[in-house]
Write a protein that binds this ligand. Structure first.
Ligand SMILES: *Cc1c(COP(=O)(O)O)cnc(C)c1O
Length: 237
């Protein structure tokens, strides 16, 4: 990572933060910014952290754990907060439970049970969000809205986990109104369930829809490419 690349990241981060703060002011709500650093090197995280960013999101267990270790080794003084936001398979739960502060993509009880039993006693409780498939796309991860309460009930009793909120990734939509539909449905679901389950985070909004998401009620947006630039996946066109 060159100095120019680091400065690019910091410039884009400042622009995102400014737009987000303005939207949060309009909404009259505090909104946190997660920087999604998947596929980018630890140096990209360092550049964002040097500009004050503290919350980071990673999608892939091995890549994320390696980055967490690299950042802790290089900057033990930085209080970075790491969210796991990708699909999580059973054979990766242990490394995630041993490294991350949050898992935002829990959509099955079995995964929550494994995280609960594998979270080290020496670490604080693992913060948990349930991922909801709000628009019912067949191919997507996330629990169906109709099955959400049963999962919340089961997860809230598990030791070493702290149930914190709901996360969703709506299907990409072009217009403001199309973006708003699933986001508003998610907000309604959150408002209904948050008091009963003590939820305080509604994670929705990515680079393309973060301002609409804040308008709809998001308390945490997950922004990758608008901060770090376009992603290049090795082995993919
Ligand atoms: C990659 C990813 C993001 C960030 O997407 P951008 O469009 O680059 O902002 C947010 N949330 C999840 C779950 C992701 O996988």
């Amino acid at each position: 990572m060159t100095e120019v690349q680091a400065a690019d990241i910091q410039g884009r981060l400042a622009a995102v933060r400014q737009a987000l703060d303005a939207a949060a002011d309009r909404a009259g709500r505090r909104v946190e910014l997660m920087a999604v650093s998947k596929t980018f090197p630890a140096e990209a995280v360092e550049a964002a952290a040097a500009a004050g960013q503290r919350i980071f999101g990673e999608n892939y267990a091995q890549e994320g754990c390696a980055k967490i270790e690299a950042l802790r080794a290089a900057h033990p003084e930085l209080p970075l907060v790491w969210h796991f936001i990708g699909p999580l398979q059973s054979n990766k739960t242990r490394m995630v439970a041993e490294h991350f502060d949050w898992v935002d993509s829990v959509d099955r009880l079995k995964i929550a049970e494994r995280l609960s039993s594998q979270r080290p006693e020496t670490m604080p409780d693992l913060n948990i969000m349930i991922e909801v498939n709000i628009d019912g796309e067949a191919s997507k991860s996330g629990v169906a809205p109709g099955a959400l309460e049963e999962l919340l009930e089961a997860v809230r009793g598990l030791p070493r986990l702290k149930l914190r909120g709901l996360m969703t990734i709506p299907a990409p939509a072009q217009t403001h109104d199309e973006q708003m539909k699933p986001l508003a449905a998610m907000r309604a679901l959150f408002d209904r369930l948050a008091p009963r389950y003590g939820l305080d985070v509604l994670s929705m909004g990515m680079s393309a829809d973060m301002l609409t998401a804040v308008e709809a009620g998001s308390t945490m947006v997950r922004v990758g490419s608008a901060i770090f630039g376009p992603r290049h996946y090795p082995g993919r066109a």
